[in-house]
Design a protein around this ligand. Structure first.
Ligand SMILES: [Ca+2]
Ligand SMILES: [Ca+2]
Length: 213
């Protein structure tokens, strides 16, 4: 396959110069090749491999640019197709509940790979939280959101870098309790009326991602 491409490029490269077929003394076709668009014509019957090499390089660069543009377009189309399956809330963020149960770090990585983050802005806004609660409830199980005190015990930071305040974190009574000294990640707990609870980050829960508009 690669060899075929090289052959095609070589043929295109030769044709890129101005070719003037003429008859040689032996009756065979030879070519005069113009260097560049308006450059001098090379002596009859001589293939200038430097020009061929430059032409191949030029075509290779063009192909590379086309390939990059196609890649970028494919990514944009995939993102548009992907976002159409998400719920758009009143804050213009998009939300989606993922049903596979994973540890916090994997949930965080999965949201990031989709161009978003574990739900943060929409959870700390009480109106948006109320709006997307049915989405969380549909999973019928504990759900990771983007809040943790991994860096410093009892200092909870949202995944978008905002420090949590009492008003933005509807904890279940008695939480966060850092049970057994090992609860640094936060979920919306099915058994606690979907209020917040700090949990062991190695627990496997469903997770809610959000994407900025
Ligand atoms: Ca903790
Ligand atoms: Ca707890």
């Amino acid at each position: 396959m690669y060899f075929t491409w090289i052959l095609v490029i070589l043929c295109v490269g030769i044709s890129h110069g101005q070719r003037n077929p003429e008859q040689s003394l032996q009756g065979q076709q030879t070519y005069r090749i113009r260097k560049g668009k308006d450059g001098p014509i090379e002596p009859s019957g001589v293939v200038n491999f430097k020009i061929v090499k430059e032409t191949i390089k030029e075509h290779f660069n063009v192909m590379q640019q086309i390939r990059e543009q196609l890649g970028s377009l494919t990514t944009k189309m995939a993102r548009i197709e992907q976002i159409s399956t998400w719920y758009k809330a009143q804050n213009n963020y998009y939300y989606k509940l993922f049903y596979n149960e994973v540890i916090y770090a994997e949930a965080k990585e999965n949201c990031k790979r989709l161009g978003g983050q574990l739900a943060s802005a929409g959870i700390r806004d009480k109106n948006v939280r109320r709006e997307i609660l049915p989405l969380v409830k549909s999973g019928r199980y504990n759900t990771w959101i983007g809040l943790n005190d991994i860096r410093e015990e009892n200092t909870f930071i949202w995944e978008d870098g905002v420090t949590a305040t009492a008003g933005s974190t509807p904890w279940r009574g008695g939480q966060p309790n850092n049970w057994s000294g090992n609860q640094d990640c936060v979920d919306m707990s099915a058994s606690f009326d979907w209020k917040l609870n700090d949990e062991d980050c190695a627990q496997t829960f469903k997770y809610l991602c959000e994407i900025e508009p």
